[in-house]
Design a protein around this ligand. Sequence first.
Ligand code: FAD
Length: 280
Amino acid sequence: MTNTNTTAVSFEFFPTKTDAGHEKLIAAAHVLAAEAPEFFSVTYGAGGSTRDRTLNTVLQLDSEVKVPTAPHLSCVGDSKTDLRDLLNQYRDAGIKRIVALRGDLPSGMGQASGELRYANELVEFIRNETGDHFHIEVAAYPEAHPQARHFEADLENFLRKARAGADSAITQYFFSADCYFYFVERVKKAGVDIPIIPGIMPITNYSKLARFSDACGAEIPRWIRKQLEAYGDDSGSIAAFGTEVITRLCERLIEGGAPGLHFYTLNQAEPSLAVWRQLR
Ligand code: FAD
């Protein structure tokens, strides 16, 4: 059993469209708050589609559930005025951490119309506007971002974001610990020493996972795919296998020195907890 006493944990949520969905999110957050997470984070719909819902969810988690909560903020499709306005609202509400992203405009929203094109420009903007108030997280891609020309170009982009003033990073999810260790090593060799926290995606549903993974460029190893395919609709077997695979991945990451774990909860407490509890 891995000792996670010193491993920081954080949990990510997405703002929901319905009141019922929001209540479920808050209930899950209360359950996860008992694990003393370092922070929660709440995603942002690029182009501002969830601007108010992200803001309200962040403020509620922070003040009512009492876990420091970080909004995600993306720059494609948002004007500098919109971004400045949001930053000021978060700062005034005592929010201290922010996840700075480029974002992906949903199909149908047209071309990116924001004034900032890439996440490194957003990091610079946040630093210029708010100095050192926010702890800034950026995204990292151990398997390379799907639009990157190649791994080295994407690594350079990551280093640019760190040098622009990011304090730490959260990775896209992955299933191979080796790709994470290789990425961290290359970043360190380039002279950048910020914590890079693995993003962990619990496995609960094969078709959803396959769809997400295609879109974000996360490779599902063949042996995992084959096993999940074989389970069909047997959600109990998928959950048991998923928990085992992801727990082993987390154990390797922690043993190899990962500074924390960031769970993509998809607004459900149980799948992340099933893994996290095995690690204690
Ligand atoms: P960037 O770092 O700007 O990189 C985007 C691409 O552009 C990369 O391929 C990079 O190599 C390339 N690039 C960067 N700079 C340059 C340059 N100067 N010239 C040429 N190419 C360049 N999306 C959301 O919409 N909302 C969220 O809340 C959200 N949360 C996320 C949280 C995490 C932890 C992660 C890992 C991803 C999240 N995403 C979210 C997805 C993210 O927005 C997408 O992956 C997006 O496509 C890239 O965002 P980025 O901040 O990594 O972009």
